[in-house]
Structures are given as structure tokens and as C-alpha cells.
Ligand binder design. Sequence first.
Ligand SMILES: [Zn+2]
Length: 502
Amino acid sequence: MSVSTFRDLKNQEVLVVFADEAKKIQGSWNDSVLKDYLKVPLENDFRAKFREPLLVYTHSHPTTKRVLVLGLGKKSDISLQNFRNLGASLAGALKNKNVKSHASVLVPKVGKFKTAEIVEALQTGASVYQFQFTELKSAESLKKNPPSKPIELQFIVEAKDLKQAGAAESKAKATAEGVNWGRRLVAMSPRQLYPVQLTKEVEKMVKASPSKSKIKMTVWGETELKKHAYGGVLAVNQGSENEAQFIVLQYSNGGKSSKPMALVGKGVTFDSGGLSLKPPQAQETMKYDMAGAASVLSAFKITVDLQLKTNLVCVVPSVENMPSGAAQKPGDVITMASGKTVEVLNTDAEGRLILADALFHATTQFKPKAVIDVATLTGACALAVGEAAAGLYGTDEKLKKGLEKASAESGEHIWRLPDFEEFYGDQMNSDVADLRNIGKSREAGATTAGIFLRAFVKNDIPWAHLDIAGCGWYDAPRGFVGARGPSGVPIRLLAKFIEQNL
Ligand SMILES: [Zn+2]
């Protein structure tokens, strides 16, 4: 455990402390010698702005070589999200200063926040910030620019807070590990990660989990999908040389009679658009079209790694959407797993076809207490909310409120999609089949995708849909996500929601 009290401090490369807007160091410490070292630099070189760093060398101090001061900014603005960002700032500042292995962090006492909450937020921000994806670099380039080892943080708290702070730190580490595991899946090249390889990555994750005896994994390939007539999954994948996969995970660690929560994630490992081909630039990031799958699988990983007492199901349909002589064609009518028929008018609106079969599967096979699907589903959602939020749609007010609560606490935003039934309700009706896969007009495309999915949720099970087309991938570093690429959103939100609804 790397939490300790100030008294236990021995030699340290660097001590991190936080200063409020009055430049006062926050937290319990009583080293007057160190305070003397800081006096002049704090007064002259520092404004204590939020995330502002100040590094002070402490030449002859017996235990501490350097002190990094970070500004907390205005006291009234401080939130847990700010502490996540500060976790990233301290990791970034330490890296810049070539701190190689570990640092001690004096946990500040600020506002209404508990010490454990601040520890969790700082560790989360630092761990998520330090994600690197270097496995596709050559040995030669890795030799020149070796990936940096993550910096271990040792949190300094008061003796009475040791136990809770230690637990918070472990939880933050397991959560961030889950987030970064998912981000790696999204970052992988589509040549590396196609559906069968996704199955292999999930198998590895299950094998390494402390809960593996409580997890059941079932995978359907082409044969089983055909046998069960999962027409949505099969139709989308029929232009691809790679086999489709239908991955189902069941974690049973709750009451025998208590219904599971179900997560469904879109796993399109590459989306070219199919015959409704995307323009080249739009294809550049389309390996991320499995970020929904990565999100729900990561939330599953966090839940099983933390060995939460609950029952959880995860359903991931995984395909490649490719154009070829065998690909589905605009105008095709396909029969879905539920028996409903769909007129496919745009082969780039494929996510909803595989999700429809997966929602049908989740709600008929497991009768869950609720089902949440996560998908990089529509450009319309990305246009409406940008990278800031996931679009939320669904049938159940209580479920939506629960997700909004988890959103507020995790700092991962969601935004309700417009839901005016009298305007959008008939947009997905087809002349020749039961449904069409795109709206009759382009209006409210994120909502009409939701209306399509709704038709496949069975047994009146409460359902919510998160469209992460905008927030699943960041075009530039944001907050405590330190690099362009997979954001890991909304993994922490989902993990928090599961924890709050055991
Ligand atoms: Zn598409």
C-alpha cells in the first residue's frame, strides 16, 4: 500500500504539495525547514493558478530533494474533477523534470472533500494521464524513445485516514487499469484487432481476473450466428474476410435470484461504411468504432477485478463493415434475430443492426433488471455535443437518472437527446419492411437511431442508450486524458453506475 503519514517519510526524490489561492500549503505537515525553503519562491515565482507548477530545490534538506508545488486555483471552483486534472498535472510535471520512479504527495485538506475522495481522484488522473500505446513502434524507435515507466505515487495522509485512503487508492488503480485496458483495444490497428482477436483479448482478460471462476464466457462465430439466425450481425459482416464474433460474458457474484444488469457494446473493429463507403478522411479513425465494446468490456473488467457483489452480463457483437462483392446492398431487406425485417438503405448505419440483435439477445436470454448499450453510433450525436458528452436516450426515467448521477460523480458528461415522439416516432417506418435503418429525413439522426434500437428491447426491460460517437475519441489532449486518441469515456461512468446499483 502506498499511503503513509508524514512522520513515516524517508528519503524522497520529490514531494508534491498543493497551495491555495493565498499560496498557503494545504494538508497536514509540520516540517518548518521545508517551509523555509518554499517561502521566497512561493512569494515571488508563483501565482497559485489552477494546475500551475512550481519546482523548488531543497539542497541540504535531510529527506527531500525537491518540492513540486501545484496551484489549486480558486477555492470555490475546486471539484473532484479538478483533482483528477491535478493528478495529471503532477504526473506531467514530474515527467518533465525527469522524475523516474516515485513521488510523495501531501494530500490537501480542501472544502467538503474526504481525504479518500481526493486520493482516488488524484490517482485516477495520474494513471489515466500516463497511458501510452507503443506496441506498434519498431525496436529501433523504442530504443531511441523508450516508453516511460509509470510514476508511483505515495500519498501522505493523517493516521486516521490511512485505511480509507489506501482502499481508495487501490480502487482508483483498478479502475484506471480498466480504463487504459479499453483504450489500448481502441488504439490497436484494425489489422491487429479484428473480431476474432477481440475475443482473444477478452479471453486473456478473463483468465487474468481474480474472479475468473465466477465468469462464464460464450462466443458464437459464424456457424452459431447462422444457426440462431442473427441476421443483423451476419448482414453487416458479410462483406468482410474476417469472421464475426458474438461475445457474451456473465459474472455471477450476487444473489442467486437477483437479476443481472446487462451491458451491450458496439464492436465494429473497422467501419469503412460498407458499400455506402465513407470518404477517406472519415475512415482514418474508424478503428474506434468498437469503442462501445471496449467501454462495456472495461466496465466489466473493473467490476470483476474489484470483485463487486453483483450479477453482470456483457454482450458484444463484433464485426467488420467492408465493401466487397459479398457485402450487403442498399435496398436489401434482412431478417433480424427477433424476426423483425429491416430495409437497409445505408450500409454505413450498421451499428444499430448488430446492436439490435445484441439487445434482443440480452433482453430475452437474461431478462436483466436493466440494459444499457454503448455505441459510437451517429455522426449526428458527435455534431450535436462534440467531444464533451455522450448522448443519452432510453425508455426508463429511473435508469436515465441513475446514469446522470454516475455521470456527475465520475465527471464523464452525458446529455439527453431530444425525445419528441410525435415528430420522430414514424421516421424509421419502412414501406417494404418493418423498419428502415436510416430516418426518412436527416433530422434528429441520433434520436432516430435510438428509436430503431428501442424496437429490439424485449420484455419491457428498462433500457438506456449512450451514443459516444463524439466523446469516445479525442482529437487533442483534454482534461487528464494526456494524448489524442481513445478517451476511455464513459468507462468510469459505467463502472460507477454498476457500483451504485449492485
Ligand atoms: Zn457506420
